[in-house]
Ligand binder design. Structure first.
Ligand code: GRF
Length: 203
């Protein structure tokens, strides 16, 4: 399966995908790693792995949609069959998403539908939740609102803060995302007209 990855930050989830590919547990080819931040560590990781990279500056575009449409055109040109958002910190315009319905997934650090958007660890702590986690979901025009594929859970302990939650959650993210993409690469998991299917049957 040919995948492109979008990342805005350090790219620890990208690193996990590359490691799974190298370990032989994730049968994918990376066609492109792209970012809205030229300084993103994810781009350095991709370069080191010999993966083509692209950095586009939103400031070079007249509006958000123009940026998204150009970015997604470049992703399509790379030959990607699946697009993975892994720490991509922009809301993607619906027009750019349209051609990718069912072929774009995101990992979000909350137990969706709780805490869509930003600052999820802080919000879970402030709510006094007993549990927290991460979700891998298909991306739709609704921010962090697409069908959830799989989740990882951690308990919130007394004394936890945003950093300790992220520290405990990231290693689970790094197992969850490659496992979901492996199911998609094996054509076992897909987003059909009536929702997610696994081995041909609705989940
Ligand atoms: C992770 O918490 C991920 O869930 C969210 O962005 C954070 C950083 O990801 N999408 P990464 O280390 O840049 O992959």
């Amino acid at each position: 399966l040919r995948i492109a990855v979008l990342a805005s930050g350090r790219g620890s989830n990208l690193a996990a995908l590359i490691a799974a590919r190298d370990a032989g547990t994730l049968p994918v080819e990376f066609t492109l790693v792209a970012s809205d931040k030229a300084s993103a560590g994810a781009l350095r990781l991709a370069e080191a792995a010999g993966i083509p990279t692209l950095a586009l500056s939103p400031r070079s575009y007249p509006d958000r949609r123009a940026f998204d449409l150009d970015l997604f055109a470049r992703i399509a040109d790379s030959g990607a069959e699946l697009l993975v958002l892994a720490g991509f910190m922009r809301i993607v315009d619906g027009a750019a998403l349209e051609p990718w319905a069912g072929r774009i997934v995101n990992i979000h650090p909350s137990l969706l539908p709780k805490y869509r958007g930003l600052h999820t660890h802080r919000r879970a702590l402030e709510a006094g939740d007993a549990e927290h986690g991460a979700s891998v979901h298909f991306v739709t025009a609704e921010l962090d609102g697409g069908p959830v594929i799989a989740q990882a859970r951690i308990s919130i302990e007394s004394g936890d803060d945003e950093d300790t939650l992220a520290e405990r959650l990231l290693p689970l993210e790094h197992r969850l995302l490659p496992a979901v993409i492996a199911l998609i690469a094996a054509q076992r998991l897909a987003l059909g007209p009536n929702g997610i299917t696994l081995d041909g049957s609705p989940l």
